[in-house]
Design a protein around this ligand. Structure first.
Ligand SMILES: [Zn+2]
Length: 92
């Protein structure tokens, strides 16, 4: 009967971990951290997948390449990227 509390504790720990990772990636791409924490908490790996496939792309102000905001550095000129809300959003 000690198996059920252990499974519940493991589920809570995994859900919280997915929530934190999803929230962190959401904040880096300029989205609402609390909202995406809840999505990661409830959906787990599917929430993480959702933030990865819906990541917005921005233009690097130095070399004008399309850049994934989750990286933090421009892959072509290695320029440190600014905060997402200061970048230009490219609709796809
Ligand atoms: Zn660049």
């Amino acid at each position: 009967m000690k198996l059920i509390p252990a499974l519940i504790a493991m589920t809570i720990a995994l859900s919280t971990t997915f929530g934190w990772i999803t929230a962190d990636l959401a904040e880096k791409s300029g989205r609402n951290r609390v909202y995406w924490f809840c999505i990661g908490l409830i959906l787990g790996p599917f929430g993480l997948f959702a933030i990865l496939i819906t990541a917005r792309k921005y233009i690097c102000r130095s070399c004008h390449q399309k850049v994934e905001p989750l990286i933090g550095l421009c892959p072509s000129c290695f320029n440190q990227l600014e905060q997402p809300r200061q970048r230009i959003h490219i609709p796809e």
